[in-house]
Design a protein around this ligand. Structure first.
Ligand code: SF4
Length: 387
């Protein structure tokens, strides 16, 4: 059963509202140094045009902050309002300064003030000392974010948990949750609520388990922070896409997830299409016509691949007709039944011709492939014009 979307509070990131009843937003990240201002502007413009709604840039030192601000200024001058997130590791000072220029700052709870190398075993006092250090830095950071009305993502990554958390809770989902909760304790004390949480891992099962545990704990506590979904280091190609789809898809079906990033070791623009497909495939958001097609078999009497290809080429980007479902089926045997609730269904006839059905009623019988594509494209475009 598909769960109802988990109830979350709305967190504002620039002009985009994340959580609540807002659409699940798509994020990406540039993959070049932030000091390459021109390159970042180019990548972000392309991402924005492609449908990216929030973009992240790495801020590795204090010097990067001025480049970040410059990139933002150029984008705004071009009329591109995309919210910009500063991605910070290891430095509370950089994170604090980033709040002045970024719409949101993403920190890694595991390395915000803890050292990732060094001791691997901790006495109770040493553990508390680490916790105290983290919470002091976070207190200052959250207070400033609250004053500036900026939002923060607390990122919990399986691969970069603080060693003291791993020592105390084991290298598992419990340690990830406890790591987030340490940060939330500080936020609660100062009533800072503009927080989005993420629980990421490159191992899909661990990523799913961590998110499920965290959301159960948050809901128990009445804390409805939105969740950013992601499978880290998923790699490239089909395997990366499948891993991301499994990880994010399972959670979206659980009703978990308010924003997401598909991490690919490819040009960032490729992440957007995958994200859209995951959301549409889960029924979480519609970007275009939903195509259903049978795999074809020995009963198929026409070139089904080229018919599907032609329809997708002409109609795939018809955003205004996105509520339509079109089925392309090889034969009548299972065709109409398997096409389910499609608005339009193309069925192959044994003599090589095709027929078109609208809501299961035949509206065009025994015509050629060319004829059926031309007619269906026209009908969809007329629908687009509201005729
Ligand atoms: S719909 Fe017909 S052609 Fe397509 S796979 Fe099923 S039986 Fe084969």
């Amino acid at each position: 059963m598909i769960a109802k979307r988990r109830q979350t509070k709305e967190v504002i990131v620039g002009h985009v509202a994340v959580g609540g009843n807002n659409a699940i937003s798509i994020q990406s990240m540039t993959n070049i140094p932030t000091k390459n201002v021109e390159g970042n502007v180019r990548q972000i413009c392309e991402l924005f045009e492609g449908g990216c709604e929030i973009v992240r840039l790495a801020v590795t030192d204090l010097g990067d902050i001025k480049f970040f601000a410059e990139i933002k200024k150029i984008l705004r001058a071009k009329g591109i309002p995309i919210p910009m997130v500063a991605d910070v590791h290891f430095s509370p000072t950089i994170a604090l300064d980033c709040l002045e220029v970024a719409d949101k700052v993403r920190i890694n709870a595991g390395n915000f003030s803890d050292k990732l190398i060094g001791s691997q075993s901790f006495s109770d006092d040493e553990f508390l000392l680490g916790k105290d250090k983290l919470q002091k830095s976070l207190g200052k950071f959250f207070r400033r974010a609250k004053d500036l009305k900026k939002s923060v993502r607390i990122g919990i990554n399986y691969g970069s948990l603080a060693p003291r958390m791993v020592f105390k809770f084991g290298h598992r989902d419990v340690a990830m949750w406890e790591s987030a909760n340490e940060c939330l304790e500080v936020a609660r004390k100062i009533q800072f609520e503009n927080i989005i949480l993420s629980f990421k891992a490159s191992d899909v099962k661990k990523m799913i388990a961590a998110n499920r545990l965290a959301c159960a704990k948050l809901d128990e506590m009445g804390s409805h922070f939105p969740i950013h979904l992601g499978v880290t280091e998923s790699g490239n190609g089909d395997y990366a896409r499948i891993k991301s789809a499994i990880g994010m898809g399972c959670l979206l079906m659980d009703g978990i997830g308010d924003t997401l990033r598909v991490s690919l070791t490819e040009d960032p623009i490729r992440e957007i299409e995958v994200a859209k497909n995951i959301l549409q495939g889960c029924g979480a958001r519609r970007y275009g016509i939903e195509f259903i097609a049978c795999p074809s078999c020995g009963r198929t009497s026409y070139d089904i691949q080229s018919v599907l290809g032609e329809l997708k080429m002409h109609l795939g980007k018809l955003v205004s007709a996105r509520n339509l479902k079109i089925a392309v089926m090889g034969c009548i045997i299972n065709g109409l039944g398997e096409a389910g609730d499609a608005d339009f269904t193309i069925i192959g006839n044994p003599n090589g011709t095709l027929s078109l059905y609208r809501n299961r009623n035949c509206i065009l019988k025994n015509v050629s492939r060319k004829e059926i594509c031309k007619n269906l494209i026209k009908i969809c475009q007329l629908k687009l014009d509201g005729i």
